[in-house]
Design a binder for this molecule. Structure first.
Ligand SMILES: [Zn+2]
Length: 311
């Protein structure tokens, strides 16, 4: 049986949908849009809901779908709810009236969940899961998520996934795409990963596949130091060696093309989809499996600068 629900805070109505099967099972949350400008997450939750409506007889337990956890941000195409990043308010105190309600009405009722995101307004991210370090209870769960990469990061207080994992309820963040773009192939992969994890947890008929994910411990961001016309030579997710060509670029007043080479080995985890990149904008990102930070020397220091990003 399907039912519609609404949380009300000031003028904001947060709608979510519950499917209760007559077969017993766990309660799961599939959510998106806690950052109101992240198209990917909202699309995945909405597309999954269509699938659920079509094939509801295959599911067991209770499935909660909340595609717009931040409807106010969505209206304004804004990451935040007014000035507040809602995904930093899930502390012990639950620092926002809406996060209090989300906890009371949704999070308290679930056994596990997946919250979908993307990079927001600037670049595209490779499909990956994000999990906090030292969450051993997530290991087997992660092996059934069917994501090619998993970013292992430090604990960040106030995020839903940290809040839930502290309660020993498996909860992961999935990221893919960005820049207000939705990639149909990536959406399909994310629907499949939901179906697989639901099978693993007994909420869907069928055998879950086990999958190896590449752990990413270090992340480097490469920014343009000047406005560039750029043509990338790499794809998201691809392996890269030190010295490989990442892109061909032209800068202001210089007619020769310049090769932007990778200063380290790793994986392309982020790419700017634009060919005209402004000064200080992200150009590409590289992730590494190693646990120590690499020393980096940029071949074109006038054009590109880098920053190590703490995950
Ligand atoms: Zn986000």
């Amino acid at each position: 049986m399907f039912s519609n629900h609404t949380l009300q805070y000031r003028n904001t109505q947060l709608n979510y949908y519950v499917y209760k099967s007559n077969k017993p099972g766990k309660t799961v949350l599939i959510s998106g849009g806690i950052h109101g400008n992240e198209a990917n997450g909202m699309f995945v939750a909405l597309e999954f809901f269509q699938y659920l409506k079509k094939h509801s007889e295959l599911f067991s337990g209770t499935i909660i779908v909340a595609p717009h956890l931040n409807p106010e941000g969505f209206k304004k195409r804004n990451r935040r709810y007014d000035e507040t990043d809602l995904n930093r308010t899930f502390t012990d105190k639950l620092e926002h009236p809406l996060s209090k309600q989300i906890n009371q009405e949704i999070l308290k009722k679930i056994d596990y969940g997946i919250d979908f995101h993307d990079s927001g307004s600037t670049y595209n991210l490779v499909l990956h899961a994000r999990i906090p370090k030292n969450q051993c209870h997530l290991k087997d769960f992660m092996n059934h998520l069917e994501v090619p990469f998993c970013f292992i990061r430090d604990h960040k207080n106030g995020m839903i996934n940290d809040f839930m994992n502290k309660l020993n309820k498996p909860f992961v963040t999935i990221e893919s795409g960005g820049n207000y773009q939705v990639n149909p192939e990536q959406i399909e992969k994310q629907i499949n990963l939901i179906l697989n994890i639901l099978k693993y947890n007994g909420n869907l008929e069928g055998l879950a596949k086990r999958n190896k994910t590449i752990p990413i411990y270090q992340r480097y961001r490469f920014k343009a130091k000047t406005t560039l016309l750029i043509y990338p030579k790499v794809k998201l997710g691809q392996t890269i060696k030190k010295g490989d060509t990442i892109a061909i670029a032209y800068e202001n007043n210089i007619h020769n093309p310049i090769e932007i080479q990778s200063p380290i080995e790793g994986y392309i985890i982020a790419l700017n989809p634009h060919n005209l990149i402004k000064q200080n904008e992200y150009v590409f990102g590289i992730g590494q499996c190693q646990k120590t930070i690499s020393k980096i020397q940029i071949a074109n220091p006038d054009l590109i600068e880098y920053k190590h990003i703490c995950l």
